[in-house]
Design a protein around this ligand. Sequence first.
Ligand code: DGP
Length: 118
Amino acid sequence: MNCVFCQIIEGKLPARLVYRDELVTVFHDRAPITPVHLLVVPNRHLESLNQVQEADRELLGHMILTAQQIAAQMGIQHSGYRLVINTGRDAGQSVFHLHLHLIGGTRMAFPLQPGEFS
Ligand code: DGP
């Protein structure tokens, strides 16, 4: 499959991996928007949140708990962090393999300004 994240997960493309288990792989985003910017990616190919089904409850919970643990490992659990799942065109999804952005290490505005993260 011609999916960059599948290729990273399969070890065919290089990435700065920080964690891996039977369900997810975590690596640094290649174009970080904050000092800490990691991607929590399911090992199984799912195009986006729209493809997630009831049977994926455990996977989604695991993605979030993994992000929580990695945030602690990165030392940003108390300063704060944000989890983002871009879904579809209007959200700016550019890689169609479900992923959760873990961003932090700086103060982040909210609500977002139009175009702020693009
Ligand atoms: P999104 O816009 O939510 O689909 O975010 C996709 C992110 O993936 C974007 O922040 C850049 C990152 N990315 C794209 N290709 C690669 C890659 O080959 N390696 C890594 N490490 N990150 C990538």
